[in-house]
Design a protein around this ligand. Structure first.
Ligand SMILES: *[C@@H]1O[C@H](CO)[C@@H](O)[C@H](O)[C@H]1NC(C)=O
Ligand SMILES: *[C@@H]1O[C@H](CO)[C@@H](O)[C@H](O)[C@H]1NC(C)=O
Ligand SMILES: *[C@@H]1O[C@H](CO)[C@@H](O)[C@H](O)[C@H]1NC(C)=O
Ligand SMILES: *[C@@H]1O[C@H](CO)[C@@H](O)[C@H](O)[C@H]1NC(C)=O
Length: 435
């Protein structure tokens, strides 16, 4: 290939610099989303309105995140264990804190909200003007010319939990432990990147009791009724992918790509499994775990998919650290420890395999039907910034009777493209550095 003349080269460089503004500049926070791709930010990112006012120490941040994970796990295990079929019970987790957020524009004129991205939830939730107990950033539904509330007789009203009629309007409540929210079932235009979606059904939160309602709402990416997928069949064909940035590089952002266009062609797939009782969750068949080259000894029942009990393995965007049921975790942890010879094991919060000397960790490979995913150290270890502590970023599922779920969490998914291809009933994973 011939080198282009300098003038052309500098033009190309200039064009590239305009396309990719320098890292850390405010430009990156203002940069618009293009096509059907949204920027995904960590909730502590400099571009996030929810970043902590003063930066937390590494240990405090890990303990804080791990504590929120406990609540998430309780929610997920409660979800799979419940006997009755409640179509969008998953909305209960709106009472939890977001990890990754995307920008969405709601109403006419459009109001930008930073919504939590959640693959284990169906409905979208937005705190609305007049809400009692909501954080201060509210959507002024009365000022939107395209807003309407949905009546008790609508099909959507039959899909929400605990519906009730306020006059003729459909309203519903969710409880989670000691927290609860009440929302009006509503419709308005939601714009994702450059795609306007008219008449999108969501819950307009009117009352919240409890501490951690996602401050600007939640976007459910589950596959049950009322989810984004169900409401945009023609536009996005129940297909999306994301790349979650590593939370140690808070200046980086990832992407949420909606629809089949632009999805990776070279990617490994495993079949998605469907649990009719918990239609929102993305179950896959994990058949084993390798630590280094050794497939560890896990009783098959600890990994088996069972739609009745809810047992099995899910990919979840809202849990931070992987959780394995007790026998699976213990087998992985013991082999991991065996490979790190001579170093003293300590603990930190809920993590029981930590070291205060540098270690050479073996890779961990998750074996799924048709797909093996080898996780590099960044996806399995958390390091303190000073490098003084390193922990295995996994834990045993909470020790209760409902603990039947293995959760592939967002730390394990960071810097991978994870593709949810519902029409072909498959989930794809490929390494990708998201920036
Ligand atoms: C992120 O960018 C800011 C400037 O906007 C800079 O001060 C900071 O050091 C960067 N942080 C990292 C971890 O690169
Ligand atoms: C929902 O919550 C509101 C406000 O707290 C309350 O007045 C209403 O009775 C609740 N409805 C149901 C069905 O629980
Ligand atoms: C949205 O709802 C309004 C009022 O119910 C209706 O007139 C309009 O056709 C709907 N738009 C779309 C795109 O479905
Ligand atoms: C995954 O790894 C296992 C054990 O190392 C191997 O037997 C299997 O063929 C691999 N599967 C794929 C799809 O590469």
């Amino acid at each position: 290939m011939k080198t282009p003349p300098p003038s052309l080269l500098s033009y190309i460089l200039l064009a590239l610099m305009c396309l990719y503004p320098s890292q850390g500049s405010d430009h990156i926070c203002e940069s618009p989303d293009h096509g059907s791709t949204l920027q995904v930010m960590h909730v502590y990112s400099p571009c996030s309105p929810f970043r902590p006012a003063k930066s937390l120490s590494w240990e405090d941040m890990v303990l804080d995140i791990a504590a929120k994970d406990e609540a998430r796990l309780l929610y997920l295990s409660g979800l799979v264990a419940a006997k009755s079929v409640v179509p969008i019970a998953s909305g209960r987790q709106t009472i939890q804190s977001p990890t990754y957020i995307v920008r969405a524009k709601i109403g006419t004129p459009a109001r930008t909200m930073f919504m939590a991205m959640d693959t284990s939830s169906d409905a979208a939730w937005i705190p609305c003007t007049g809400c009692i107990g909501c954080p201060p950033s509210l959507f002024a539904s009365a000022k939107s010319t395209t807003y309407k509330s949905l009546g008790c007789q609508t099909a959507q009203c039959k899909q929400v939990p605990n519906p009730s009629c306020v006059g003729t309007a459909c309203s519903f409540n969710l409880t989670y432990g000691s927290s609860s929210i009440a929302a009006a079932l509503s419709q308005d235009t939601i714009t994702l990147a450059t795609d306007p979606i008219p008449n999108y059904s969501f819950g307009c939160i009117q009352k919240a009791v409890g501490s951690s309602v996602p401050p600007q709402g939640l976007l459910g990416l589950g596959r049950g009724p009322m989810s984004l997928l169900s409401q945009t069949q023609n536009l996005y064909k129940s297909t999306f992918s994301y790349c979650l940035p590593n939370f140690k590089s808070l200046n980086f952002s990832g992407s949420l790509r909606l629809g089949p266009v632009g999805q990776p062609l070279r990617i490994k797939y495993t079949p998605l499994l469907k649990n009719p009782r918990r239609s929102s969750l993305y179950y896959v068949n994990m058949i084993g775990i390798r630590v280094g080259r050794k497939i560890v000894d896990i009783p098959p029942s600890a990994l088996a998919f069972n739609p009745i009990t809810g047992a099995g393995t899910i990919f979840d965007s809202g849990t931070v650290f992987a959780r394995l049921v007790q026998p699976a975790y213990i087998a992985v942890r013991d082999e991991f420890r065996r490979r790190i010879k001579g170093a003293t094991v300590s603990s930190l919060g809920g993590f029981d395999t930590c070291y205060s000397v540098p270690i050479a960790a073996p890779p961990i490979t998750l074996l799924f039907t048709g797909m093996n995913v080898t996780l590099p150290p960044d996806n399995i270890l958390i390091h303190s910034s000073a490098g003084s502590i390193t922990c295995l970023a996994m834990a045993a599922a909470p020790d209760n009777v409902n603990s039947v779920l293995n959760v592939i969490a967002n730390m394990q998914q960071q810097n991978h493209r994870v593709l949810f291809d519902v029409p072909n009933s498959r989930l794809g994973v490929a390494r990708e550095l998201c920036t």
